[in-house]
Design a protein around this ligand. Sequence first.
Ligand SMILES: Nc1ncnc2c1ncn2[C@@H]1O[C@H](COP(=O)(O)OP(=O)(O)O)[C@@H](O)[C@H]1O
Ligand SMILES: [Mg+2]
Length: 282
Amino acid sequence: MVKNTAKAAKKGAISIKNVTKVYDPGGVNVMAVDNCSMEIAGGEVCMIVGPSGCGKTTLLNAIAGFHSITEGSIEVDGELLCGPTKPKAEQGADRMVVFQHGALFPWKTLQENVAYGPTVQKAMSSGEAMDKAGQMLAEAGLGSFIKKFPGEVSSGMARRAEIVRALINNPKVLLLDEPYRAMDALTKQIMHESLLETYDRTGVTIFFITHDLEEAIFLGDKVHIVTTRPCQLKKTVEVNIPRPRSYETQSSEEFRKLLDEVNEAVHEEAVKAFKAGERELA
Ligand SMILES: Nc1ncnc2c1ncn2[C@@H]1O[C@H](COP(=O)(O)OP(=O)(O)O)[C@@H](O)[C@H]1O
Ligand SMILES: [Mg+2]
């Protein structure tokens, strides 16, 4: 069961203003995002859903600083990450990304993986980083596995360790791109509980892309439904279900109503995407 502990200061507000992203202008010229605006409060769990290929990852990559934007601006806590005078955000430990496909070093233990970032960035001595990594892994329920290699633990445990690795730098924002996509329903439940516990401990702002509408409502404060490509905000559904949320929450009438609302909006866009011939992006 998730404890309802007080959250840290609500940092990590993301302001996405009129963002457009065109890949390879003059060449292939793919408009992935078009004049998209979104406001995400500090400490909010913001879920992004929309059809495959609509531009969700493009938006996340722009926030992370993996590529430039064509127009508009993105700010975190009022500080410009990218905008008219600066097309690309710098990558930084204040915005950590967890990808769809795992990215732990297979030759390092879970503890060494988690300690790696702050050690190479010289944010901590290697001893301090290893201690902190051990402690944080234990908090995430992985205390007995810190000396294991990623190949020796389940995919769910490895995924939890990745989130711990992202959090050791105490980021303002956690950017998750379909992190549980390949998991079975039962493993996902464990992942969700673990993520919500982590969220309650840290109050980190979460920007989370998913295809799973139940996941979006169960985890989110808000669900932003985006249009078929080019990505724009279509509708925001507020999830006013109190936390801590448990699995009974999912069978409540309130939950089912929100699910219908999100489903209807996403379905409309999926039909458009299908007619436009967008292909499924694995
Ligand atoms: N580097 C790139 N060059 C050209 N087009 C790209 C590139 N990356 C993604 N795209 C295109 O941009 C669109 C949006 O992709 P993406 O953001 O990955 O969608 P989503 O994450 O919503 O599935 C897709 O049509 C995709 O093919
Ligand atoms: Mg994607």
